[in-house]
Write a protein that binds this ligand. Structure first.
Ligand SMILES: CC(C)(COP(=O)(O)OP(=O)(O)OC[C@H]1O[C@@H](n2cnc3c(N)ncnc32)[C@H](O)[C@@H]1OP(=O)(O)O)[C@@H](O)C(=O)NCCC(=O)NCCS
Length: 165
């Protein structure tokens, strides 16, 4: 059951190559909103719009989006057993878009045979943490995490887990 009553009305689909620039901006803006005041300044320096564009290009077949082509309002990326990224533009937060993206990702992970999914949440990202908890995820523990090979020092994050049906 999605964590928002309007989530069922939101259609989630595969991202198109023509949407990469727009999605990079959604990611960049969301990263600034959620992380620039709680993560080291070094990370803020390397999280450029171009860096998000490159990461999206590299994982495009795994990117799922919600909202109209070519300006989706949110996206989610799952890889392996990890819910790797979830970003919704500020104007679409609280609307059920995040819950729809999450439900789609969980269904895809479960269909791929994942029984225990996990995700990393920056320590102090309270809105995301609240969202994960109301979506049935459990904060398991604090772990050391390196989201991208080109990053500097690994970070401590909250590891969330969810057992999938
Ligand atoms: C995380 C994210 C996808 C969640 O989507 P959302 O649409 O904002 O989620 P919702 O509004 O349904 O749920 C967020 C909850 O946090 C609450 N909340 C809002 N601000 C909060 C804060 N500062 N501290 C704690 N809770 C907060 C909301 O009230 C809501 O809870 P409620 O439904 O019980 O009232 C979205 O906020 C986002 O894209 N944030 C920026 C990027 C990000 O942090 N991504 C996750 C990286 S780990």
């Amino acid at each position: 059951m999605p964590a928002h009553p309007d989530a069922g009305a939101v259609r989630v689909r595969a991202a198109e190559p023509a949407e990469i620039d727009h999605l990079a901006k959604v990611w960049y803006d969301g990263w600034q909103d959620a992380h620039c005041h709680i993560l080291p300044a070094e990370l803020t320096r390397i999280r450029t719009l171009e860096s998000f564009r490159d990461r999206l290009r590299a994982v495009l077949p795994h990117v799922r989006v919600a909202g109209p082509f070519p300006t989706p309002v949110g996206f989610c990326i799952a890889k392996g057993d990890e819910l790797y990224q979830l970003y919704v533009s500020a104007k679409a937060r609280g609307s059920g878009v995040a819950a729809a993206l999450m439900a789609d990702a969980e269904a895809r992970l479960a269909a791929a045979g994942v029984e225990l999914a996990w995700l990393a949440c920056a320590i102090g990202n309270e809105r995301a943490a609240r969202f994960y908890e109301k979506s049935g995820w459990r904060r398991a523990r604090t772990v050391v995490y390196q989201p991208d090979a080109s990053d500097g020092a690994p970070l401590e994050v909250w590891r969330y887990e969810k057992r999938l049906p």
